[in-house]
Design a protein around this ligand. Structure first.
Ligand code: NAP
Ligand code: F7E
Length: 348
């Protein structure tokens, strides 16, 4: 019988949780690396624990950190995975300007530590472990061609983009040097109701729904002229899995091949709750970045042709899905407030 055992770093994040859902639905034994935190950081995985009690397949969590190479080797030795998905990162571009050294340690060197641990265990145990690296369209930064494809040169514009570029090339290097089955997915922005609340799409859908219910009156944003190629995270994790099912490892752009401004995202979101975004948005230079990525637009022809992948959720459907989900949250918050419970909100 074929063993399908996946290890996911970053399992508590947006993509980690969708990937765990996908792999469990395919019958995988799934393991995830979680960081110790003073408060719960497994909110996005809660439904899987409920499924487990209802007889679903197990998800096993291991304490670990990509800053700690020894623990990564120990976890890999214990789990003996057939596939590793490296999704762990300090993934916020604006924050990477405030914490450049930390971002390099986790996002760049964390990948190297994981590759080294994989190589050691693979050599010692004779296993073959397929590896997925979460590369990013942020590597294109100040873009040298439009649209961006696998052959487009990188020009990262943030400590995060630079760290991801290192992680990308070290993965390619280990593939070429040691024959690893290691693939990089160059994923363009992807969002969902599980998106972190400080990324712009979720910040907008949270604000519009809270404004609609009278819980907030203003949305402070930075550069609303920036253009992004936004897809749905649930579609994108399928591309990650497909990459590891190929005979040969390779690198693929994953994108919708459409671009929209932050302003358009605002207009659609507020219109969905019957409001005009111009009445509520204020530009706050605090959210400008020292160097900006003005335009991202992918060309995912290779993924569509070789992997047979395509996005299923359109831009409009993505906005609708996020607004619907955040309306429910805002309603719950309103109810709690009515009952006198306090709630802390993050709005960066
Ligand atoms: P996310 O929601 O920010 O999740 C990041 C995950 O990494 C979280 O589980 C986080 O754990 C974990 N993590 C952070 N530092 C860690 C450390 N030192 N050791 C172990 N785990 C650590 O990001 P995402 O949107 O799911 O993205 C997944 C990956 O794809 C990231 O590598 C991101 O950079 C990359 N990417 C994302 C996009 C996108 O548009 N979403 C596009 C291209 C590439 P905590 O929960 O404890 O914080
Ligand atoms: O910003 C502008 C901001 O933080 C998008 C990460 O998942 O995708 C993500 O990085 C745009 C930028 O995502 C605000 O200046 C305006 O131009 O949602 P974001 P990002 O920087 O594109 C890539 C592919 C990744 O790999 C990353 O991990 O929106 N913007 N006003 C704002 N952005 C934020 N966060 N907050 C604002 O108030």
């Amino acid at each position: 019988m074929v063993r399908n055992i996946a290890l996911i770093t970053g399992v508590t994040g947006q993509d980690g949780s969708y990937l765990a859902d996908l792999l469990l639905s395919k019958g995988y034994e799934v393991h995830g690396v979680v960081r110790r935190s003073s408060s719960f950081n497994t909110r996005r995985l809660e439904h899987l624990y409920h499924d487990r009690h209802a007889g679903g397949r197990p998800l096993t969590l291991h304490y670990g950190d990509v800053a700690d190479g020894n623990c990564l080797a120990r976890i890999i030795r214990e789990v003996r995975p057939t596939e590793i998905y490296n999704l762990a990162a300090q993934s916020h571009v604006r924050v990477s300007f405030d914490q450049p050294t930390y971002t390099a340690d986790v996002t760049a060197l964390g990948t190297l530590r994981l590759l080294e641990a994989l190589r050691d265990v693979q050599d010692a145990c004779g296993d073959t472990i397929r590896f997925y690296q979460a590369s990013s369209s942020e590597m294109y930064g100040k873009v040298v061609e439009i649209p961006q494809k696998e052959t487009t040169p990188f020009h990262p514009r943030s400590p995060y983009g630079v760290a991801k570029t290192y992680a990308h090339w070290i993965t390619v290097n280990y593939r070429e040097s040691y024959g690893l089955h290691a693939s990089c997915g160059i994923l363009f922005n992807h969002e969902s109701p599980r998106r972190g609340e400080t990324f712009v799409t979720r910040k907008i859908t949270r604000a519009a729904t809270r404004i609609k219910l009278g819980l907030q009156d203003t949305l402070f944003l930075g550069n609303i002229d920036a253009k992004r190629d936004w897809g749905f995270a649930g579609d994108y994790v399928e591309a990650m899995w497909l990459m590891l099912q190929q005979e040969e490892p390779d690198d693929y752009v994953v994108s919708t091949d459409e671009t929209h401004t932050v302003r358009e995202f605002c207009e659609k979101t507020f219109a969905q709750v019957g409001l005009d975004c111009d009445d509520f948005i204020k530009i706050d230079p605090r959210y400008f970045r020292p160097a900006e990525v003005d335009l991202l637009l992918g060309d995912s022809t290779k993924a569509r042709t070789k992997l047979g992948w395509k996005p299923r959720v359109s831009f409009n459907q993505l906005v609708e899905m996020m607004v619907e989900s955040d309306l429910v949250l805002a309603e719950q918050e309103k109810l709690l407030r009515g009952e006198g419970h306090a709630m802390v909100l993050v709005n960066d």
